[in-house]
Design a protein around this ligand. Structure first.
Ligand code: BGC
Length: 752
């Protein structure tokens, strides 16, 4: 097909092309032979509505493999595994003739209360960015597109279509945008989906700074920006700001607004050409890929991959006395409704209609050689009464009598966490905690298996020997859980978010979800572990934590700076136990005395490494120089501070096993001097500094009294360091006239 140019289209056609035809389709322009393409959710499977589905897009969808949602998959910290899952997602997308899978979502988990945390990867931008890029690479390798979402600072569901996320420049760049930047630069998603919310008062869907300056000019994004569904507030403002495609359909209303605006001269037609061309380019790219892979889908192979991925998503939080793995011949009591009816994905637009569904009870029964007792123990029905819960509890206690070990499947009922609203606490339901207390009376050998999309408080952690965080694991989560319980899979997942002791310890506690349309990101840079570490707070389980059925020892780490400025970190890691396993080696950096505020340690790179029992591998991890940079608000750009950096290699953020130091050459930053500059800044300036220091010394000689009012041993200029340069003539008189001050400023700022 010949390449179509926006200039081949009429004004009306261009306007119509830049909004959807329906919930999931773009508009065809038959006159020039441009077809419509379909986009669908995502992200952990394909949610393609059957033909003739309801226009709201909520109806039944074609069965597809439900892989673990991001909360699970991310816990693998494994780029290769995630890329393989991406490939499988791409295959399913192509088979179903869909152009773009609407994901991944990589927003930062700012608060554990966010109802959509199950769809996001981490509280850390490097984890989110690196793993998000792996998903995009995998999916797009199959000739179909992705939609990196929700751009940006969409960190809560409460008031999500209106709230302004009020974020300072440093946290915005260093925490909330850094992951997006990584994915855009490394993987070029075909599309980016702008968020519903405002950022610092401006709707993401009409923010030229966000959609053009940052995304395209700074990061080099080459694809198309699509609105989140219904995120367009003012299309005529949004289009020139960088919003190319409004979704879903606006029934022609906003198309007409664009045409009228061009006619009235308030919208430059050239901006419409650009957006229309991007839609054309997307359709043409999709035509080459979507539908290229012939079905039918290999359901078994993808289910097997979903099982592998789910096994790798599980985080073994605690395993006192090696209660796990279970002996196959142990007398096992399985308790908890989630064992029979798994909670395996979150609610909302990402809900997949799975090709099949494994439950843990069947899988445990299949793996055990003895009899396995079962009782639901609680009901998740909203209408269940206390009496009913008590009866279920008593039945579970009876079923567990005489068991060697009880495996208790606890978790959050589906209604507690969903797209569209947030949680109000992080507690497990009271009837489940009461059940656990009752089970611990039967035997102390209790394994808790958790099903939850957002972290939950674990007030029982000191009484329960083994805790398995099984998140939401997708359609094969049940069998994958049994794989881990019996040791067929050695757990290797690690937390990509901190499990706090209590909600009131969490960084955004006082500023979530905001009020009157504004949420202030008052914790600034201190999101997730950055906060707990800076405040020295105890946590239930730290970021990066996760146990294995084997143990790993770390040797001496070395770190060196390459010609490109990247830091190569090498450390030997040995599997010191009796079984094969995987370790996620994490590299953090810190700067003791920095010129800017910093978290005590920040993750910069990581690697997932497979090790046979007894095997040692030299693990090499690269820290990119760009990831050492902070956002300098004085010059509005990234700056790498020069000096010594501690490189910490750990098994978690609070289990540092090896350290090294590297000397980093800093970026030159030249901040222009002004009358507002402090005397201290002027004195530190390479050109103005010597001049002014000499002048001050002379001035001091004439001001004998100054020394008298300073404590002994203090340099008198210390008192004046914060004095604005432009105002010293008040004190210095003829020794520093306004003209002299301006002269020094001009000399200092002159190009060198
Ligand atoms: C969600 C997006 C989703 C879209 C289409 C929106 O409400 O925020 O993540 O892709 O709907 O279903």
């Amino acid at each position: 097909m010949a390449h179509i140019s926006a200039s081949d289209l009429t004004l009306e056609e261009k306007a119509s092309l830049t909004s959807g035809a329906s919930f999931w389709y773009t508009k065809p322009i038959e006159r020039v032979g441009l077809p419509a393409v379909m986009v669908t959710d995502g992200p952990h499977g394909l949610r393609k509505q059957r033909e003739g589905g309801d226009h709201l897009g909520m109806g039944d969808s074609v069965p597809a493999t439900c892989f673990p949602p991001a909360v699970g998959l991310g816990s693998s910290w494994d780029v290769d595994l995630i890329e393989r899952v991406g490939v499988a997602l791409g295959v399913e997308t192509s088979i179903e003739n869909v152009a773009v899978l609407l994901g991944p979502g990589i927003n930062i988990k700012r608060s554990p209360l966010c109802g959509r945390n199950f769809e996001y990867l981490s509280e850390d931008p490097i984890v989110s960015g690196v793993l998000g890029a792996a998903l995009v690479r995998g999916i797009q390798s199959q000739g179909v597109g992705t939609s990196l979402k929700h751009f940006a600072a969409n960190n809560q569901e409460d008031d999500r279509m209106r709230v302004s996320s009020d974020v300072d420049p440093r946290p915005l760049r260093e925490i909330y945008l850094r992951g997006f930047e990584r994915v855009v630069k490394d993987a070029q998603p075909w599309t980016v989906m702008c968020a519903y919310n405002k950022i610092n008062g401006v709707y993401a869907s009409e923010d030229p700074w966000l959609l053009t300056q940052v995304l395209r000019d700074d990061w080099g994004f080459e694809g198309l920006v699509v609105s989140d569904w219904g995120a367009v507030n003012d299309r005529v403002a949004g289009l020139p700001a960088g919003l190319d495609l409004e979704m879903p359909s606006s029934n022609g209303v906003t198309d007409r607004q664009l045409v009228d605006a061009v006619a009235a001269g308030t919208l430059d037609e050239a901006a419409l050409d650009v957006a229309a061309q991007r839609v054309i380019d997307l359709v043409e790219k999709a035509q080459a890929g979507a539908g290229r892979i012939a079905g039918p889908l290999d359901v078994d192979a993808h289910h097997a991959l979903a099982r592998e991925a789910a096994g790798r998503s599980i985080v073994l939080l605690q395993n006192e006395g090696d209660l796990l793995p279970l002996r196959r011949d142990a007398k096992i009591a399985v308790v908890g409704a989630f064992a029979e009816k798994p909670r395996y994905q979150g609610a909302g637009s990402s809900m997949i209609n799975p090709t099949r569904l494994d439950d843990a009870l069947t899988a445990v029964r299949g793996a055990a050689s003895g009899e396995v007792a079962y009782a639901p123990g609680f009901s998740v029905a909203p209408a269940a009464t206390d009496d009913e819960q008590q009866t279920l509890r008593a039945e579970a206690v009876a079923a567990a009598a005489g068991a060697d070990v009880i495996v208790a499947f606890l978790g959050l009922p589906a209604r507690i966490e969903s797209e569209g609203y947030d949680r109000t606490d992080i507690d497990l339901p009271a009837e489940q905690l009461a059940l656990l207390d009752a089970l611990l009376e039967v035997t102390p050998n209790v394994v808790v298996v958790l099903s939850n999309g957002g972290v939950v408080a674990l007030p029982f952690a000191d009484r329960v020997p083994a805790i398995v965080e099984a998140w939401l694991l997708g359609q094969a989560g049940g069998s994958a859980t049994a794989d881990v319980l019996f040791g067929d899979v050695n757990p290797s997942g690690k937390l990509t978010e901190t499990v706090p002791v209590r909600l009131s310890d969490t960084p955004a506690f006082l500023d979530f979800p905001g009020e009157f349309g504004h949420v202030r990101y008052g914790e600034g840079l201190f999101v997730g572990y950055r906060w707990y570490d800076a405040r020295g707070l105890e946590v239930a389980f730290p970021f990066g934590h996760g146990l294995s059925y084997t143990t790993f020892s770390y040797g001496q780490a070395t770190a060196s700076v390459g010609a490109d400025g990247d830091v190569t970190v090498t450390v030997p890691v040995t599997n010191t136990g009796a079984v094969a396993g995987r370790e996620v080696v994490q590299v953090y950096t810190s700067r003791g005395a920095s010129i800017v505020q910093r978290a005590p340690r920040e993750l910069k790179a990581f690697a997932s490494v497979a090790l046979e029992a007894g095997q040692t591998r030299e693990v090499t991890v690269t820290v990119r120089r760009a990831d050492l940079a902070y956002w300098d608000v004085r010059v509005d750009r990234w700056v790498v501070e020069g000096g010594a950096y501690a490189v910490e290699v750990g098994a978690s953020s609070r289990d540092i096993r090896a350290t090294a130091t590297v000397e980093i050459e800093g970026d030159a930053v030249s901040v222009p001097l002004s009358r507002e500059s402090s005397l201290g800044e002027v004195m530190a300036h390479p050109v103005a500094g010597p001049v002014i220091q000499q002048a001050i010394a002379q001035m001091m000689q004439g001001m004998e009294g100054v020394a008298d009012i300073m404590p002994e041993g203090v340099d008198p200029t210390a008192m004046m360091a914060s004095f604005p340069f432009g105002r010293i003539s008040m004190m210095a008189g003829d020794a520093a006239t306004p003209e002299m001050i301006d002269g020094i400023i001009a000399m200092a700022n002159a190009p060198r």
